[in-house]
Design a protein around this ligand. Structure first.
Ligand code: HEC
Length: 145
């Protein structure tokens, strides 16, 4: 059997066996997303842009890491809910530009922000969120936006 064939058989099993947090791949609760939208406008919009479109950077800006899009267009949906929550609360460390918000926001408020971010994705990104994203990208037909 060729290695490629073996992988095709094994990958779906690996993906299914992966421990996935309870909420990953689930649609966000509308009320939580609405609460999250309010905090988003207050704390996140200035970097991540209106409805999570990401930061636009002047072409001549060097050594500048722009805030990535959080909507469907980049890779926020590659992360589980837990990973997103951790990035929001802890930030991206001394080398990153993303501040940690644990002193400003409660865990519940950060969870609401995760719900808001998820509300910016399509159904495909939602179902492919987290550990499934690899299998989805290699096998799945991503709908054109
Ligand atoms: C000062 C600008 C800034 C602010 C304000 C900010 N971010 Fe970020 N964020 C970044 C940058 C830049 C990154 C990319 C990682 C890095 O360079 O540190 C990032 C990364 C992230 C990521 C990971 C995205 C991915 O695809 O891996 C998430 C999630 C995120 N931010 C959410 C938020 C939320 C929610 C808020 C508001 C509470 C927020 N950010 C506020 C700059 C910011």
């Amino acid at each position: 059997m060729r290695a490629g064939t073996l992988l095709t058989i094994l990958v779906p099993f690996l993906v299914m066996a992966w421990p996935v947090s309870a909420e990953t791949n689930k649609p966000p609760e509308a009320k939580a997303a609405a609460r999250g939208a309010k905090s988003y406008e207050k704390y996140c919009l200035k970097c991540h842009g209106e409805r999570g479109v990401g930061e636009s950077v002047a072409p001549w800006a060097k050594n500048y890491s722009p805030a990535p899009a959080l909507d469907h267009s980049m890779h926020s949906w590659h992360h589980t809910d837990e990973a997103l929550l951790k990035t929001i609360l802890k930030g991206t460390g001394p080398k990153g530009r993303m501040p940690g918000w644990e002193k400003t926001l409660t865990t519940e408020q950060a969870q609401d922000l995760v719900a808001y971010i998820k509300s910016l994705w399509g159904a495909w990104e939602l179902s492919c969120q987290g550990p499934r994203h690899m299998a989805c990208m290699h096998g799945g037909q991503r709908p054109k936006k």
